[in-house]
Write a protein that binds this ligand. Structure first.
Ligand code: ADP
Ligand code: MG
Length: 224
């Protein structure tokens, strides 16, 4: 269970203050597949950044399974994130000089997992995204859709409590986008909590809940 209370993020640019998230409160239950929608600039990425502990809000709290993350020190936040959260970026953000398998092993090695175990887990994760035959390919030898699947495998390899995805299909053609959404639906069926930001309503509709933002406010919250 994720409890978001009075979450506010303000960006200050010179004399201007921009309220990117305006006092948001909501709950996300474990295993939920939630899509955050809204036009460009509505606050989707900013919200994902706060929830995934990549950034700190000005006000408010985010509690994940009864841990109040605002009370964690910077170091504790980093290790909490490595251990419990997974993040998928629009532009994949995988390292070009590492193979698919090595990219996926990296977060495990950073947590001190032994190399042979990391290798086995990376293979299992690649199987889940149907890329078991691309273990030793470099990103440049993979299509955009395949690179995004590597980034999904990397984000789920440690069985995160929450999987975040920010516009995961924005750079992809329809067929690859549908493959990515099928993977999310499968992970969701297996109990994975997923929070996905997207401005593509056809994909948002596949999630069981949609929260629409505008100007940093929730303007609708609908369940299937
Ligand atoms: P979305 O992902 O929905 O397109 P964002 O969360 O990226 O929206 O942005 C929300 C608002 O916050 C926008 O007005 C954007 O310009 C502003 N913003 C986002 N990041 C920053 C930043 N680092 N500094 C200043 N303003 C920002
Ligand atoms: Mg965005």
């Amino acid at each position: 269970m994720i409890k978001i209370k009075n979450l506010t993020k303000i960006f200050t640019l010179g004399d201007n203050k921009l309220i990117a998230l305006n006092n948001l409160s909501f709950l996300v239950s474990s295993g939920q597949f939630l899509a955050i929608t809204g036009i460009s600039g509505s606050g989707k990425s900013t919200l994902l950044y706060q929830l995934s502990l990549l950034d700190r809000p000005n006000q408010g709290t985010i509690s994940i399974d009864n841990i109040n993350t605002s009370k964690l020190t910077s170091g504790e936040r980093i290790s909490y994130r490595l251990k419990n959260l997974g993040y998928i970026f629009q532009d994949y953000a995988i390292l070009p000089t590492l193979t698919a398998k090595e990219n996926i092993m990296l977060p495990l090695l950073m947590q001190g997992v032994k190399e042979n175990i990391a290798q086995e887990k990376a293979k299992e994760a690649l199987l889940k995204v149907d890329l078991q035959d691309r273990l030793d390919h470099l990103p440049s030898q993979l299509s955009g859709g395949q690179q995004q699947r590597v980034s999904i495998a990397r984000a789920i390899v440690h069985n995160p409590k929450i999987l975040f995805a920010d516009e995961p299909t924005a750079n992809l053609d329809t067929e690859s986008s549908e493959t990515i959404l099928k993977i999310f639906l499968n992970l969701h069926k297996q109990g994975q909590t997923i929070i996905m930001a997207t401005h593509e309503l056809d994909y948002a509709k596949l999630a069981e809940r949609n929260i629409e933002l505008r100007d940093g406010l929730i303007i609708s919250d609908t369940f299937k």
